[in-house]
Design a protein around this ligand. Structure first.
Ligand code: DQA
Length: 150
């Protein structure tokens, strides 16, 4: 549980999401990474959350931030990007958490190549949001608000 009165939500993003806007916009949309950060901060404020957004191209950074969330966050939103489909270490780190975890993907991974169909995150997530673009992060924050107020 976070120490401050506002609940803290970690939003973690994996490899190549820093390239949003330039990266296959027909799949991931035209919003840039900075646009996504602003959306999360704006929507977090609406729900009275302190939102901490972090992105890395390195698996170990994501593992460390998930471990940090054990003591510093009240909820976690994760788009592990390509590591979703490969990372046992992210799966294992998420298993440490008792706070609610929501998995988000901008694209509908189930409608794409077969190698994107398996997620190591989904079995340890409370909810999964696919194919809603940047709006998926707004839905995830809305859902965390409902979960955390009960
Ligand atoms: C993604 C889907 C992943 O398969 C891909 O590797 C990404 C982005 C998404 O948000 O749609 O990098 O996580």
């Amino acid at each position: 549980m976070a120490k401050s009165s506002a609940k803290t939500i970690y939003v973690l993003m994996g490899p190549n999401l820093n390239m949003l806007g330039q990266r296959e916009p027909e799949i991931y949309g035209r919003d840039t990474y900075q646009d996504l950060v602003k959306r999360c901060e704006r929507d977090g404020k609406t729900h009275g959350f302190k939102v901490v957004v972090q992105q890395s191209n390195h698996e170990g950074d994501l593992v460390t931030w998930i471990q940090d969330a054990m003591t510093r966050a009240d909820g976690l939103i994760i788009n592990a990007a390509a590591y979703t489909h490969t990372s046992v270490s992210i799966h294992d780190a998420l298993r440490l958490l008792s706070i609610p975890v929501i998995e988000v993907h901008l694209s509908n991974t189930l409608a794409r190549e077969p190698f994107r169909h398996h997620s190591f995150v989904a079995p340890v997530a409370r909810a999964v949001i696919l194919g809603c673009g940047a709006e998926g992060y707004s839905f995830a924050l809305q859902r965390l608000s409902s979960i955390l107020e009960n």
